[in-house]
Ligand binder design. Structure first.
Ligand SMILES: O=C(O)CCC(=O)C(=O)O
Length: 293
């Protein structure tokens, strides 16, 4: 019988850590279920697991869903293609507010990042609770957003990043050529908690479908400013071997780039919702809708 998880909240709305966690505990389905329950409740969950191997990282990922091979980051290869590498020395960075790959029809639901090399100072990651941000909107704004959808487009930020030399890899050029964009509702209902969350980010969202451009820009500017309130924020200062798991259905995040010229390297896995007949039908419906615009 595994010992029960001890979860300590790290903020009133978002963020918690698992205390005295032994890696052996994570082999038990019961512990993984408790971890998942803590994740959906707290939205971002810190584990202190310095001895975790890529194989153990992958096995936790498999508990949450179908592990993905990332669209543009490199990976560990040789059986570990689903462990992505985000290494500042390879020219990769994630210093923008985003939901992971929201330009896909069915973006990853959960991501987990394990700290491998850290700069002497800085390199914190921040998460915003988009459920708390939604709750804090006025009833009028909630009514206004009801039924609206917005376009999530990978090309706009990537093309700008390439033009300004922020990223330089050929793999970013290739991914821009794939022209990935998708229409998503601006408010999504979490399938486990039933809570509503805003589904917009300043990085990937280009415009609100069907609105005049000035109105779309003004509404998005308001929503982005609204979400950036510190009361919705959780910031983690990494220690080597920490893992943070976050729920992409409830949060946006930003890895602060304030540590140049030092190195920061993360192992990362993200997972898609397991495909049921219902999700396949929904994906097909959304894909059809996306190609008609
Ligand atoms: O490196 C981090 O802390 C977060 C990385 C990130 O933004 C991502 O994996 O999408």
């Amino acid at each position: 019988m595994p010992s029960p998880l001890t979860i300590r909240p790290l903020g009133p709305r978002i963020g918690a850590e698992a205390l005295q966690l032994d890696l052996a505990q994570l082999q038990s389905a019961q512990t993984l279920q408790a971890l998942e329950a803590a994740l959906v409740q707290h939205e971002a969950l810190v584990l202190h697991v310095p001895d975790m191997t890529p194989a153990q990282h992958l096995s936790i990922a498999h508990h949450f869903g179908e592990a993905e091979v990332h669209t543009f980051y490199p990976n560990l290869g040789q059986g570990y293609e689903q462990i992505t590498l985000i290494d500042s020395k390879l020219g990769d960075r994630a210093d923008m507010w985003h939901h992971d790959e929201s330009f896909l029809p069915s973006p990853p639901i959960v991501t987990m990042t394990h700290a491998q090399i850290l700069p002497p100072t800085g390199g914190d990651t921040c998460w915003i609770s988009m459920t708390s941000a939604y709750d804090a909107l006025s009833d009028r704004m909630k009514q206004y957003l009801d039924g609206l959808s917005a376009w999530h487009d990978m090309n706009a930020p990537m093309t700008a990043a390439l033009q300004h030399g922020v990223v330089t890899h050929e793999r970013y050029v290739q991914v821009v050529a794939q022209n990935r964009r998708h229409l998503h509702p601006m408010v999504r209902v979490h399938p486990v908690t039933g809570r509503k969350a805003l589904y917009v980010s300043p990085t990937y969202v280009t415009h609100i479908d069907g609105l005049p451009i000035a109105e779309s820009r003004a509404i998005l500017a308001y929503l982005h400013a609204h979400c950036m309130q510190v009361e919705f924020l959780f910031k983690h200062r990494w220690t080597l071997g920490d893992m943070v798991i976050w729920d992409n259905r409830s949060v946006i995040h930003n890895a602060i780039l304030d540590y140049k010229p030092h190195q920061r390297r993360m192992h990362r896995a993200s997972v898609f919702a397991r495909q049921t007949e219902a999700t396949v039908q929904q994906d097909n419906k959304e894909a059809a809708c996306a190609t008609t615009v």
